[in-house]
Ligand binder design. Structure first.
Ligand code: G3H
Ligand code: 13P
Ligand code: ZN
Length: 342
């Protein structure tokens, strides 16, 4: 089947009460790892590429790898999503290339670190919604800012400085007509999210639940959702890495989120850790190896294991065959029939 609209995947997930992992990719092995995990667990899937990923891969390569994925895995509903689009222009170029979903992250200015005004965010997101929906493409927006700045998306400081305000969230959804809403509840990108296992003081699940109560029909998105498992940290450090002690988002908190409106769960760091650990292990145990396949194969396998586990934990496993794809043309017609009225 062709690449599908993210809105369709999230609507289906909402109807059945599960979450869908959105996994970041930069290269062929990561795409293969995700697609193999999806086939093994029979999961619909969201594959996402950041601006950095598009630049690293020369995005036409990435796009054609994704077309190959739809040919090789025709039974898997697959979305190609732009992660953290920093401007209307970035979203436009992704839509023109064939991405079936885009994130307009107007919570930050185009530099990816300065928190923006509410008005700026509404204007940028609304513009992208109009442009994207005309082509049946899905739009994710963000209100509130993640903490940290490790990978170039975040407002710095701790994750608590720019939590999502529920009143603003309601207003933002009404004014933009978006399909999915990313919220800030204390997480940040990267490996160093929390200095100890998060509690209600540092990971604000209550805030998420309040937003869901106020917006029961809106698909919520949790960014910074890697769990940073101790075993993956240990493999890296055992083979010469230097990760400092750290905690991620416990899977049971993500599952609580899924019971409260979270439909898209963003995971990148856990896969980076899995890949790095597997490569370090080969380098350390077999220093005579120099064929890239000798370490890229175990790296791909390690990432596949993490992704398959998350697919099962988020509940998307077993749902790949539940529905036939709605074309982007049909999606555009649906949007046209229900225009944003504000
Ligand atoms: O949003 C953060 C993702 O982990 C992507 O990170 O910008 O380094 O590709 P990146
Ligand atoms: P992690 O760094 O926790 O994997 O978050 C990824 C993310 O939110 C991508 O947008
Ligand atoms: Zn993110």
């Amino acid at each position: 089947m062709p690449l599908v609209s993210m809105r369709q995947l999230l609507d289906e997930a909402s109807a059945k009460g599960y979450g869908v992992g959105a996994f970041n990719v930069n290269n062929m092995e990561q795409i293969q790892a995700i697609m193999e995990a999806a086939r093994e667990t029979r999961s619909p899937v969201i594959v996402q590429a950041s601006r950095g990923a598009r630049a690293y891969s020369q995005d036409r390569f990435l796009y054609h790898l994704m077309l190959a994925a739809t040919e090789i895995y025709p039974e898997i509903p697959t979305v190609l999503h732009l992660d953290h689009g920093n401007s209307v222009e970035t979203c436009k170029s992704a839509i023109e290339m064939g991405f079936t979903s885009v994130m307009m992250d107007g919570s930050l200015m185009p530099d990816g670190k300065t928190p923006s005004s509410f008005e700026y965010n509404v204007e940028a997101t609304r513009t992208v919604v109009e442009m994207a929906h005309a082509k049946g493409v899905t739009v994710e927006g963000e209100i509130g800012c993640l903490g940290g700045i490790e990978d170039g998306h975040g407002a710095g400081l701790d994750g608590l400085s720019h939590l999502t305000d529920p009143d603003q969230a309601v207003e933002f959804v009404k004014l933009t007509g978006l399909d999915a809403l990313a919220i800030a509840i204390g997480t940040s990108h990267g490996a160093y999210k929390f200095t100890k296992k998060p509690t209600g003081e540092t990971l604000k699940m209550e805030r998420l639940m309040e937003i869901h109560r106020r917006l029961p029909n809106v698909h919520l998105v949790m960014h910074g959702s890697s769990s940073v498992p101790q075993d993956l940290q240990d493999i890296i450090n055992q083979y010469g890495g230097k990760l400092k002690p750290t905690w991620g988002v416990p899977v049971e908190e993500i599952q609580l989120g899924i019971r409260n409106g979270v439909r898209k769960v963003n995971v990148d760091t856990d896969n980076r850790l899995a890949i790095t650990g597997a490569i370090r292990k080969v380098f350390s145990e077999k220093p005579e190896e120099f064929d890239p396949r000798s370490y890229l194969k175990p790296a791909r396998e390690a990432m596949k294991k993490v992704v398959a586990l998350r697919m099962t934990q988020f509940g998307q496993a077993g749902h790949a065959g539940d529905y036939a794809p709605i074309s982007l043309t049909q999606m555009a017609e649906r949007y046209a029939a229900e225009p944003v009225t504000v």
